[in-house]
Structures are given as structure tokens and as C-alpha cells.
Ligand binder design. Structure first.
Ligand code: NAP
Ligand code: MG
Length: 405
């Protein structure tokens, strides 16, 4: 078979630890034999971020914006322990946070659903996608550890320097804590547009949830923006597509989710999305079966796995031990990126290759060959065999070769 030719590079963001190890193998064994892979490569491994003072992350984000599609490997977000381990000069920020801010994107996370592997919630039949508003709120908060008695106030000074708002938050009689969060209408609008468009693409109902009964200004603003945009721009298209939009209080959304059949897009505020996506991923099977795509208002997309660098497995790997790390979500990041590149460039063979790569991966699982994280989740009576990462990739490679032959 002749290799598939690409016309535009895919922006490739390399990462850290166990996922970096898998990254190389996935490229070499599953992609490069079939695709004349053109990538613009950025090494987001922690050492390179240190060496470039994190400029490499900014450059990578700009490249994604320029080319329209990126694929990212999981990366370490340094904490105090990592600063020591890697002798860092600074505790560099989360690369994902930097990418989200520069691309003004919304993160959509979808579990990969496989026959024979059952969600913990038995009513779920189809995947639930979570859209996380990846801007502001507690992730950009100002915080203060209140040392003792004193008054905390919320003050707003307009551009001309005139104080237009002042309200007491609390008159402290003892030590405590204080937090100031914000969001912007422009960012909430981009988020809402991204969600409406993604729901239309998926042809799935959209839920948006917040806590407007308690947060009468902050969360209520989110609710109003969604409602206004829906009425003005999306209602007719939703009706034509046979899908619905509804606003729900976050607690009733959680309750509703446990009873629904799945096949919905659930839009969440930043913190809710952070927490709920891990819950949904784990309830569907394994963190290693959750894909993530960052979508900008102009349709730029960055694909990745939801999980991290799987540090525990990496330390075993460094000792020369075999690990059973699941590469599925990372493979799907690559297939997602290749499919999107193919769509944008009018290369149906590249789109088809991405699809066949996904099919071969899922077929391997259906045949009962899987990494150990999935073994405990198979339905009773189904014969499954736990393999290490290498053997699992070999099994996928075999099926892929068969399908492409
Ligand atoms: P993690 O890498 O997602 O791993 C947590 C645990 O989940 C693993 O120890 C493993 O459980 C299981 N797991 C996750 N992915 C798996 C896979 N592909 N196959 C098999 N098991 C898998 O989270 P973490 O250990 O909290 O974080 C490690 C590093 O990743 C941190 O430095 C963090 O900053 C970074 N991180 C990056 C991203 C990102 O780039 N998007 C996201 C999250 C975290 P067992 O140990 O039980 O086998
Ligand atoms: Mg999280």
C-alpha cells in the first residue's frame, strides 16, 4: 500500500513520562507505516519547557491556531515535588491551562464505549459528553487567608476611577479565608456558541447546568447568555435537527444524569466540568478511555487523552518492569487529529485511515485483549486476557494491517 500523503502539517505536542513512551510507539507502529506523517513538532516535555522558560508552550498554541489542528500528549503540571525532581527554576503553569487561554477554547470530553465493558450506571447506553468552560472562576481567582478580625468587601471601580459598587462580603470576627472569582461575557458567549454548535454536530440534546438559585448574579448571567443565544441563533436549527436545549440546576442535572440513557452533551461551568468529567469517565469504565478535544470559536481543534502521564506506571517502566498502560485515549487523540486534518484538507483517505485505526483498537478490546485497567469491568462470562502495553499495541497493529490490506 502506498502511504497516505498529507498536505498540511498536524501540530504535534509531545509530553512526559509513560504517555511519552506510548506516544513514540503509537506513531511508529500504528501511523507511520501507513501515513507519510507531516507534523510540526513541539516538545512540551517538562525539560524543554524549563529550557525555553515555557516559550515552547506558547509557540505550540500559536502553531495550532495557525494550522487549525493539534494533537497533544499528556504533560506534567509541576508541583513542589516536581520542582525538586526536575530541578526546575520555576513552578511552570499547567500547559493545558496556557493552551486553553490562548485558544479561547471549550473542552469536550467523551468516553469511548465498548461492548462487553459495562458502565457502572446501568441505564447508560450511549456516551455522555461533558463540555467544560475552560476559563475563569476559581481557576483565575484572587485568594486571601484572612488572619483575624476585619471587614472584607467587594468593590468595583470603573475605568474613570469612580467607585460604582461596594458591598460587605463578611465582617470577620476570627481568621478565615476569602476568594474573588470572575468571568467575562465574551468568554461565556464563546462557550455557549461552542456548546450549541457541538450539540448540532453530535445531534444530541444539550443540557447546561449551574446554580442560579443561589448565585443570582454570577451563575444567573451564564444562564441568561445561554438562553438569549439559544432563542436568537439556535432554536430553529435545534428543532430542525430534532434535538433539545434545556437549562437545569446542577443538582437536578446530576440526578437526571444517573437516570438517563446517555447520548447527551452536558455543558458545565469550569469547576463542575473538571470534577464531573472524571466521575463520568470512571463510571463509564476507565480514565484511560476518555478523550478530550479543545474547540476554539473558529473551529480550531486540539485533541488529547483526558488522563495524565500515568506516573506510577512510568516509575515501574524506568525500573525495567513491564506495564499495562492503556493507550486507547492517546490513539484516539491521534485518530481524531488525523480525521480533522483530512476533513479540512479534503483528504478522505486520511479521514478513513483515522476511522480504521479506531475500529482496529476497539476490535482488539472486543476480542477480549485488553490492558489490566479494563479487566475488572468486563461483563461476567466474557473471556478477557490482560496484556502489557507492548503486546496490546502489537495486537492493534495486526488488526490494523488486516483491515488496510
Ligand atoms: P493520571 O496520570 O491520569 O493517572 C492516575 C491513575 O489512573 C494511574 O496511576 C492509573 O491507575 C490510572 N490511569 C490513568 N491513565 C491510565 C492509562 N492510560 N492506563 C492505565 N491506567 C491509567 O493522573 P496522576 O497520576 O494524578 O497525574 C500524573 C501526572 O499527569 C501529573 O504530573 C499531572 O500533572 C499530569 N496530568 C496531566 C494531564 C494532561 O496533560 N492533560 C491531565 C491530568 C494529569 P493505577 O495506578 O491504579 O494503575
Ligand atoms: Mg480534573
Amino acid at each position: 500500500m502506498e502511504k497516505i500523503q498529507m498536505t498540511t502539517p498536524l501540530v504535534e505536542l509531545d509530553g512526559d513520562e509513560m504517555t511519552r513512551v506510548l506516544w513514540r510507539k503509537i506513531k511508529a507502529e500504528l501511523i507511520e507505516p501507513y501515513v507519510d506523517l507531516r507534523t510540526e513538532y513541539y516538545d512540551l516535555g517538562l525539560l524543554e519547557r524549563e529550557a525555553t522558560k515555557d516559550q515552547v508552550t506558547v509557540d505550540a498554541a500559536r502553531a495550532i491556531a495557525r494550522y487549525g489542528v493539534g494533537v497533544k500528549c499528556a504533560t506534567i503540571t509541576p508541583n513542589a515535588q516536581r520542582v525538586e525532581e526536575y530541578h526546575l527554576s520555576r513552578m511552570w503553569k499547567s500547559p493545558n491551562g496556557t493552551l486553553r487561554a490562548l485558544l479561547d477554547g471549550t473542552v469536550f470530553r467523551t468516553p469511548i464505549v465498548v461492548k462487553n465493558i459495562h458502565p457502572v450506571v446501568r441505564t447508560w447506553k450511549a456516551p455522555i459528553t461533558i463540555a467544560r468552560h475552560a476559563y475563569g472562576d476559581i481557576y483565575k481567582a484572587a485568594e486571601y487567608r484572612v488572619p483575624g478580625e476585619g471587614k472584607a468587601e467587594l468593590v468595583f471601580t470603573d475605568k474613570s476611577g469612580r467607585e460604582t459598587f461596594r458591598e460587605t462580603i463578611y465582617d470577620f470576627e476570627c481568621p478565615g479565608v476569602l476568594q474573588g472569582t470572575y468571568n467575562k461575557d465574551t468568554s461565556i458567549c464563546s462557550f455557549a456558541h461552542a456548546c450549541f454548535q457541538y450539540a448540532l454536530n453530535l445531534k444530541q440534546d444539550l443540557w447546561f447546568s449551574a446554580k442560579d438559585t443561589i448565585s443570582k448574579q454570577y451563575d444567573h448571567r451564564f444562564k441568561d447568555i445561554f438562553a438569549e443565544l439559544y432563542e436568537q441563533e439556535y432554536k430553529a436549527r435545534f428543532e430542525a435537527a430534532g434535538i433539545r436545549y434545556k437549562y437545569m440546576l446542577i443538582d437536578s442535572a446530576v440526578a437526571g444524569l444517573m437516570q438517563c440513557q446517555g447520548g447527551i452533551l452536558w455543558a458545565c461551568k469550569n469547576y463542575d466540568g473538571d470534577v464531573m468529567s472524571d466521575m463520568v469517565a470512571t463510571a463509564f469504565g476507565s480514565l484511560a478511555m476518555m478523550t478530550s478535544v479543545l474547540v476554539s470559536p473558529d473551529g480550531t481543534m486540539e485533541f488529547e487523552a483526558s488522563h495524565g502521564t500515568v506516573t506510577r506506571h512510568y516509575y515501574k517502566y524506568l525500573k525495567g518492569e513491564k506495564t499495562s498502560t492503556n493507550p486507547i485515549a492517546t490513539i484516539f487523540a491521534w485518530s481524531g487529529g488525523l480525521k480533522r486534518r483530512g476533513e479540512l484538507d479534503g483528504l478522505p483517505e486520511l479521514v478513513q485511515f483515522g476511522q480504521v485505526l479506531e475500529d482496529a483498537s476497539l476490535e482488539t478490546l472486543k476480542d477480549g485483549v485488553m490492558t489490566k485497567d479494563l479487566l475488572g469491568l468486563v461483563e461476567p462470562g466474557f473471556q478477557a486476557r490482560g496484556v502489557d502495553s507492548e503486546e496490546f499495541l502489537d495486537e492493534i497493529a495486526k488488526r490494523l494491517a488486516d483491515k488496510l490490506a
